[in-house]
Structure formats: C-alpha cells, structure tokens
Design a protein around this ligand. Structure first.
Ligand code: HXC
Length: 254
C-alpha cells in the first residue's frame, strides 16, 4: 500500500472510514469522498490522528460531473489512482408497496448508478494510462437472497454483484484490471447498524441470527479489503467474499 492511491467513496463514515484508517496506517495515499464537507473534515481529523496522507473530495456519486472531477482531483493531488472502493450507499427500511418512485430512484442512483459511474470513470483513466488497477465493490448478503424491507437496496446491490462479475471478465481479459466484491453481514458502527437495527429488539434479532453470535467489526472489513487489493490476492478476480459470521447460511436454526 505504500505510495499507492486509493479512492474510497462514502469514506467519511462507517466501513469507508475504517478502510481509510487502515490504508493511511499502511502508508497509502487515501482519498475519501462524501456529500457532506463537514463530515469529511471530521473524518479526516479522526483518521489522521496517527499521521498519514488523506485527501477529501466533496461530491455525490449520483452526479457524473462530480465523478469526473473526483478522478481529476485525485490525479492532481497524488499523480495517479491505483485502487477504487465503491462503498457509498443509501438505504432505509420501507415496505415495498409503500416505497415511492423517488425513494426507489434515490437508492438505485446512489448504489447502482453511482458504482457504475465511478467504475467507468476510474476504469477509463486506467485504460488510457495502461494501469492494472483494482476495484472493490461493497455488496451485501441479501443481494442473492431476499432483502425484505429494503427492496431498492437489494435490487441495486444485486446489480452491483453482476457488475462486479461482468467487469472482472471484460476488464480482466483486456486490461488486467481486477474487480471483486465484499458482502458484509451486519457490521457494528456503520450506517447499516444505525439505520437497519436501530431498536434494541431489532439488534437482538439480528445478533441471534448470526452463528458466531456477534456483529462484525468494521476493522475486519478493512482487513479483508486490504488483502483483496494486495498482491497476495493477485489471482482473485470477479469474486464476492462474504464476511457475515455465517448469517446468510443460517436458514434453518435448530
Ligand atoms: C420512506 C423515504 C425514507 C424512509 C427517504 N425516503 N427516507 N421513504 N422511508 N425512511 C424517500 C423520500 O421521502 C423521498 O421520496 C426519497 O426517498 C428521496 O429522499 P431524499 O431524502 O430527498 O433523498 P436524499 O437526500 O438523496 O437521500 C438519500 C437517502 C438517504 C438514501 C434517502 O437515506 C441517504 O442519504 N442515505 C445515505 C446513508 C445511508 O443510507 N447509509 C446506510 C447504508 S447501509 P418522496 O417520494 O417523498 O420524494 C447499506 C447496507 C446495509 O446500504 C447492509 C446490511 C447487511
């Protein structure tokens, strides 16, 4: 990671922030993006307590012009881009029949379209400059099962999984670019934990559904992302690695 540049979208909170911490500690040049400048600055302060190199870009992954600017500003700041982590997400619990068209579009725009816009723009930069970069998309285990109560997020993340595999084949074959995904289960200190299991009862139900009997830690996701971007994972391409304590397999508890 020393001297390598990584962009983490949605990097001012949750898993994004912990990945940014891990990568700065490992000597990387880290770019975090987010919609809210104040939150970006707070995250920067927190992440840089131990030192390191971090640059913030206020932008919205839903806006293709912002995404273009993200690439330009990163290259201006650090000279190149080595890795992209599509981490920005939007989600809220709502019964499918009550979800408005705007609500549907807003999550699809952030999760599905935003992931494509960022991958496309960074991918074009890599292709033009002959760089064998690597992408990690943050997915979820309900993207291949049922996301009851979060139909917008489930449909968008299923698309992200398909995008992961498709780009891994297209860009792996032609350009040596690797594209992988991480499917986290319930992870503590993240937007998911705050929004999706906000009541004590919901949190207990969630914990009881996990064979290992605990939530995941964001640091564990950061370690996995670090491994996937490293040379140790140079032959892993198009894979989605689940980190959920075995939760999604727990269909018939006894
Ligand atoms: C019903 C809702 C709603 C809610 C928003 N809407 N929240 N409908 N219930 N709780 C509707 C609004 O009424 C509006 O529709 C439409 O969605 C757009 O809302 P805005 O607030 O105008 O959108 P915007 O400001 O763009 O915000 C996007 C957002 C917001 C997705 C709605 O929640 C957001 O910014 N989230 C980012 C952070 C986040 O969600 N993190 C959690 C990620 S966790 P109408 O029809 O009224 O105009 C995750 C993985 C979980 O993704 C994995 C678990 C294992």
């Amino acid at each position: 990671m020393k001297g390598k540049t990584v962009i983490i979208t949605g990097g001012s909170s949750g898993m994004g922030k912990y990945m940014a911490k891990k990568f700065t500690e490992a000597g990387g040049n880290v770019v975090i993006t987010g919609r809210n400048e104040e939150r970006l600055q707070e995250a920067k302060k927190e992440i840089l307590i131990e030192g390191g190199s971090l640059f913030t870009i206020q932008m919205d992954v839903r806006n293709p012009d912002d995404v273009k600017r993200m690439v330009l500003e990163t290259v201006e700041q650090y000279g190149t881009i080595d890795f992209l982590i599509n981490n920005a997400a939007g989600n809220f619990i709502v019964p499918a029949e009550k979800l408005s068209i705007n609500g549907w579009n807003s999550v699809i725009d952030i999760v599905l379209n935003g992931t494509f816009y960022c991958s496309r723009e960074v991918g074009l930069y890599w292709i033009d400059n002959n760089i064998k970069g690597s992408i990690i998309n943050i997915g979820t285990t309900y993207s291949w099962g049922a996301g009851a109560g979060v139909i917008h997020s489930a449909a968008a993340k299923a698309g992200v999984l398909s995008m992961t595999r498709t780009l891994a084949v297209e860009w792996g074959r032609k350009y040596g670019i690797r594209v992988n995904a991480i499917a986290p289960g319930p992870i503590d200190r993240t937007g998911g934990a705050e929004r999706l299991w906000e009541s004590k009862e919901a949190a207990m139900r969630t914990i009881n559904s996990i064979p290992l009997g605990r939530l995941g830690e964001p640091e564990e996701i950061a370690e996995l992302a670090y491994f996937l971007l490293s040379d140790h994972a140079a032959y892993i391409n198009g894979e989605c690695i689940t980190m959920d304590g075995g939760q999604w397999l727990n269909q018939h508890p006894f």
